[in-house]
Design a protein around this ligand. Structure first.
Ligand SMILES: *Cc1c(COP(=O)(O)O)cnc(C)c1O
Length: 387
């Protein structure tokens, strides 16, 4: 059926009608006072979302552009950095670092398992000459659905005192609590097509005072992604280059919606959907790739053995117009991933789970009727009831 596609992938995520209508407006001049006014409003709202008084800068770039900016503005050639790598996006961090000639140490964990904070602690504690300049991690590893323990790793970084903590929060910001100022996170990168509920095209980088000190010393080449330029202009409510004006108008709308819902409610909704999807998948007899204690609030990876992951995905698309994500690299064909990030309601979860249940039946799996849907209802209703 036309226009019934349901995106259950971890970005792009569904966009609310209110935001689509905001996008439909004529572009306005990026040097106009009208735009400056919108830009100032958006900046304040971004600080609210990041729970910070720090600068939150807007780039016309995908999330990877924000990640690259997060590296090149604060580090210098040959700097020693620890990079957490337990999936595709951790790997990307390491690749960005290596592309710029950093002395990159990959702290690895098996894909589907969380990073071990103890490994970071050990490396940081034994670094008496303070040669580690940054610890760089992916908070929610989208490729596997693992939520890494940012709070604990960050505590070890704070004990070190010298290193910056640089975080890819692309699928965790706006889905789970990341109090930037309270925890003292130095750099947070994110992207518009995830929890922000707007299309792809904007990247965001939030920067602590300590990171700005490092900016002064950093010697990696930078131009378009120079955050110092972005900051200088942002303080005058403008941007160094033509801003993606329509996207920023849309962003104001989506951030307003987020403020109306409230951070606590947004986090509770994501947490509820994580539980609902996970208990439904278990009730359907399918193995989950990750364990409950490190599950991302944004995405759930399922590793079926009795049915083919790609078959599930294609039937879900064909019969129900529900787009799920596949596996990346060596997980390609081995897993499918259900996104539950951003503009997702309880109804969306129930629809997706019942469609999944029907799909598994089509594939000949014998499951107790309604097992998945019942488990999802229980998880949603149980938690909704408490609140
Ligand atoms: C989506 C995503 C990104 C950004 O990817 P782009 O395609 O460049 O927008 C980065 N990190 C994580 C964890 C993501 O999920």
């Amino acid at each position: 059926m036309q226009d019934k596609l349901m995106l259950m992938i971890p970005g792009p995520t569904p966009v609310p009608e209110r935001v689509l209508l905001a996008l439909a407006k004529h572009p306005i001049g990026h040097r106009s006072s009208e735009f400056s006014h919108i830009f100032a409003d958006v900046t304040t709202k971004l600080q609210w979302l990041h729970q910070t008084k720090n600068d939150v800068l807007i780039l016309t770039a995908s999330g990877t552009g924000a990640m690259e900016a997060a590296i090149i503005n604060f580090l210098s050639k040959g700097d020693r950095v620890l990079v957490g790598e337990n999936g595709k996006f951790g790997q990307r961090w390491a690749e960005v670092c290596e592309a710029y000639g950093l002395n990159t140490e990959r702290i690895q964990a098996e894909w589907g398992k969380p990073l071990d904070p103890e490994v970071f602690r050990e490396k940081l504690e034994t670094d008496k000459e303070k040669s580690i300049k940054a610890v760089i991690i992916t908070h929610s590893e989208t490729s596997t659905g693992v939520l890494n323990d940012l709070e604990t790793i960050n505590r070890h970084v704070k004990a070190h005192g010298e290193a910056l903590i640089i975080v890819d929060a692309v699928t965790s910001l706006g889905a789970t609590n990341i109090p930037m100022d309270e925890w003292g996170i130095d750099v947070i990168g994110s992207g518009s097509q995830k929890a922000y509920m707007i299309p792809p095209g904007l990247g965001f980088v939030a920067v602590s005072e300590k990171a700005w000190q490092a900016y002064k010393r950093a010697d990696l080449p930078r131009y378009y992604l120079d955050l110092g330029k972005a900051r200088k202009d942002a303080h005058k409510n403008t941007t160094p280059f033509t801003a993606a004006v329509n996207m920023i108008v849309a962003l104001r709308e989506s951030l307003t919606m987020m403020q109306e819902e409230g951070l606590a409610n947004i986090f509770a909704r994501h947490s509820r959907h994580r539980s609902a999807v996970r208990s439904a998948v278990k009730a359907l007899g399918l193995p989950l790739l990750t364990s409950d204690d490190c599950a991302s609030p944004a995405i759930t990876a399922v590793a079926p053995v009795t049915v083919e992951a790609e078959k599930v995905r294609s039937l879900m698309k064909k019969h129900f117009d529900i787009a799920l994500a596949g596996g990346q690299d060596h997980l390609n064909g081995k897993i499918f991933r259900i996104g539950h990030l951003g503009y997702v309601s309880d109804r969306d979860i129930l629809s997706a789970i019942s469609a999944l249940e029907a799909t598994l039946q089509m594939l000949g799996l014998e499951i107790p009727p309604g097992a998945g849907v019942n488990a999802a209802i229980e998880a949603i209703w149980g938690q909704a009831h408490q609140s």
